[in-house]
Ligand binder design. Structure first.
Ligand code: KIV
Ligand code: ZN
Length: 514
C-alpha cells in the first residue's frame, strides 16, 4: 500500500456551506489558485446543480486551475450527474463525485427509498458518470450510521460500475477513532477487489473528533482525506486541513510513515486568505493557524524556548509559512519591491487592481510607521475589483461627537451613476450604513458587525466585517482602512455587491439534500 495520502480539499463546497462563508466567483477562483500552490491533490469546486452560481464557479475553477484534479458534486439523479459533467467540461483532470445516503435513518425519513432502490441508483449514477469521465468518486452519505453489510454491498456495486474512489463519510460527526478504523479495515477486507479503489474519509467535527477519526482511518488503510482550510464546513465543520496535514508531517511514524504532498509553508497564507475572503477569523487558540498557536506566554516556557526552541515547540512557525512579518518597505519603496513582496506572499494581482493596491500601500506607508504582511493582505483583499460590482463607494464625510446624532454624507456609484445622500444615526457607523442603505435601496438585514485591528499599534488599519442577509442567504463583506468608518462603509458595500451577485444567480428549487 502506498504511503502517499491524497488531500481532497472541499473548502469551496462543504466549507462554503457554513453560515457566512459563501464566496463569489472571483473569490473562489483566487482561493482555488492558492489551493493549487498549497499542493492539494483534488479541489472540490462546488455542487453544479445547486445554483447557476455554483455551476459557473466550478466551470471557472476548471478552466483556470490546471494542476489538481477538479471535482464537482452530484446527487445520484440523472440531471445532477449531467450538470456536473457540463461544469467540468474543460477541466484538465475532471472528477465527478456522486453520493447517496445509505443509513436506514436517511432511507426511511429523507429518501423514502428501499435498500434495493438505492443500490440501483448507485449503479446507474456511477455508470452514467463514467460515461463522461474516467475519474468517479462515490460517497455513501451517513456511512458511519449505516449497516456495514449493506455498505459492503453498495461500495462493491459502485466499484464494479467504475468508481475508483470510495468515500466513507461521517456525515453527522458521530463516530470515534477506533470504531471508524474498524469500519475502514472491514470495508477494505470484505469488498471484492478493494485494492482497485482508493478509500477516502470525510469527517465532520460535531464531537471534535474529525482530525482524530481521519488519522485513525489512515492507519486502517484510507488513502484520501477530505478536509477544509480552517476546518470550515456544515455545523461544527469538517476535518481541518492544516491540523491533519501537520499531524502527519510532525508524527510520521504514528501513521506508518504516511505523508501528503502539501507544501506546508503555504498553510498559513491559505488560512489567512480564506479568513480575509469570508471575514470569518479563526479562534486565537486554533491549532496551527490561530494567533496564539506559536505564542509562549509563561515565563518558564519563554525561558525554555530561548535556550532551545525544541523544549516547547514541536514544529516551527516557518514550516507553515508564518514568517517574521515586518515588511522592510516604506514610503520610498517602489513598485518592484512592492510587487516582489506580494509575490512572496502568494498574492497575485495585476492591472488596475495592482495600481489600486500600490496607491493604498503608498497612502498607508505615509500614515503608518511600519507596514506588515497582514496590512498587505488587507490591502490586496480590499483592492479586488469585480466588473460585476453594482455599487462603488466614492467618498464619505462624517460629523459626530458626544452630543446629538451623528451625520454622514455618502457618495456612491450605482451601476456607474453617481448618487449622494446624507443620513443621521445613533452613532457614526449607523449614519454611514443608513446613507448606504438609502442609496442602494437594499432590503437586507444587518446581522453582524465586527472590527479588528489588522496589526498592533494605534496607527493600525481597522478591518471590518459585515454580515448581511436577505431571503435566507447571508453574506460577509469586508473592508480595511486606517479610518474604521471608511473601512465600515467599504465592508457594507462589499457585502451588498456579494448579495447582488448571488441574487442574479437562481438557486435550484429542491433542497441540496446534504
Ligand atoms: O458529509 C457528507 O456526507 C458529504 C457528502 C456529500 C460527501 O458532504
Ligand atoms: Zn460533508
Amino acid at each position: 500500500m502506498s504511503d502517499r495520502i491524497l488531500i481532497f480539499d472541499t473548502t469551496l463546497r462543504d466549507g462554503e456551506q457554513s453560515p457566512g462563508c459563501s464566496m463569489n466567483l472571483s473569490e473562489k477562483v483566487n482561493l482555488a489558485r492558492q489551493l493549487e500552490r498549497l499542493g492539494v491533490d483534488v479541489i472540490e469546486a462546488g455542487f453544479p446543480i445547486a445554483s447557476d452560481g455554483d455551476f459557473e464557479s466550478v466551470k471557472a475553477v476548471a478552466k483556470e486551475v490546471r494542476g489538481p484534479i477538479i471535482c464537482g458534486l452530484a446527487r445520484t439523479g440523472e440531471a445532477d450527474v449531467e450538470r456536473a459533467a457540463q461544469a467540468l467540461d474543460g477541466a484538465r483532470a475532471p472528477r465527478i463525485h456522486t453520493f447517496i445516503a445509505t443509513s436506514d435513518i436517511h432511507l426511511e425519513h429523507k429518501l423514502r427509498m428501499s435498500r434495493e432502490q438505492v443500490r440501483e441508483e448507485v449503479e446507474r449514477a456511477v455508470t452514467q458518470a463514467r460515461g463522461y469521465v474516467d475519474d468517479v468518486e462515490f460517497s455513501a452519505e451517513d456511512a458511519t450510521r449505516s449497516d456495514p453489510d449493506y455498505l459492503v454491498e453498495i461500495f462493491s456495486v459502485a466499484l464494479e460500475a467504475g468508481a475508483r474512489t470510495l468515500n466513507v463519510p461521517d456525515t453527522v460527526g458521530y463516530t470515534t477513532p477506533d470504531e471508524y478504523a474498524t469500519l475502514i479495515a472491514t470495508l477494505i477486507e470484505r469488498i471484492p477487489d478493494s485494492s482497485r479503489a482508493v478509500f477516502s474519509v470525510h469527517c465532520h467535527n460535531d464531537l471534535g473528533l474529525a482530525v482524530a477519526n481521519s488519522l485513525a482511518a489512515v492507519r486502517a488503510g484510507a488513502r484520501q482525506i477530505e478536509c477544509t482550510v480552517n476546518g470550515i464546513g456544515e455545523r461544527a465543520g469538517n476535518t481541518s486541513m492544516e491540523e491533519v496535514v501537520m499531524a502527519l508531517r510532525t508524527r510520521p511514524q504514528v501513521c506508518g510513515g504516511a505523508d501528503t504532498g502539501i507544501q506546508t509553508q503555504e498553510i498559513y497564507p491559505s488560512s489567512r486568505m480564506l479568513s480575509s475572503i469570508t471575514g470569518v477569523s479563526v479562534q486565537p487558540n486554533k491549532a496551527i493557524v490561530g494567533e496564539n498557536a506559536f505564542a509562549h506566554e509563561a515565563g518558564i516556557h519563554q525561558d525554555g524556548v530561548l535556550k532551545a526552541a525544541i523544549t516547547y515547540e514541536i514544529m516551527t512557525p516557518e514550516s507553515i509559512g508564518r514568517t517574521s512579518n515586518e515588511l522592510v518597505l516604506g514610503k520610498h519603496s517602489g513598485r518592484h519591491a512592492f510587487a516582489d513582496r506580494l509575490e512572496e506572499l502568494g498574492l497575485e494581482i495585476e492591472g488596475e487592481e495592482f495600481q489600486r493596491a500600490f496607491k493604498r500601500f503608498k497612502d498607508l506607508a505615509d500614515s503608518k510607521k511600519v507596514v506588515y504582511d497582514e496590512d498587505l493582505e488587507a490591502i490586496v483583499a480590499d483592492s479586488s475589483i469585480s466588473t460585476e460590482d453594482r455599487f462603488a463607494l466614492e467618498s464619505l464625510a462624517i460629523q459626530s461627537g458626544s452630543e446629538g446624532r451623528a451625520r454622514a454624507s455618502v457618495q456612491l456609484k450605482v451601476d456607474g451613476v453617481p448618487r449622494e445622500t446624507t443620513a443621521t444615526g445613533v452613532g457614526p457607523v449607523d449614519a454611514v450604513f443608513k446613507a448606504i442603505s438609502d442609496l442602494t435601496e437594499t432590503e437586507s438585514e444587518l446581522e453582524r458587525y465586527q472590527v479588528h485591528a489588522v496589526t498592533a499599534g494605534l496607527d493600525a488599519q481597522g478591518e471590518v466585517s459585515v454580515t448581511i442577509s436577505e431571503a435566507g442567504r447571508s453574506v460577509v463583506g469586508h473592508g480595511a482602512h486606517e479610518d474604521v468608518l471608511v473601512a465600515s462603509g467599504k465592508a457594507y458595500v462589499h457585502a451588498l455587491n456579494k448579495l447582488e451577485w448571488h441574487r442574479k444567480r437562481k438557486p435550484v428549487e429542491e433542497p441540496r439534500g446534504i
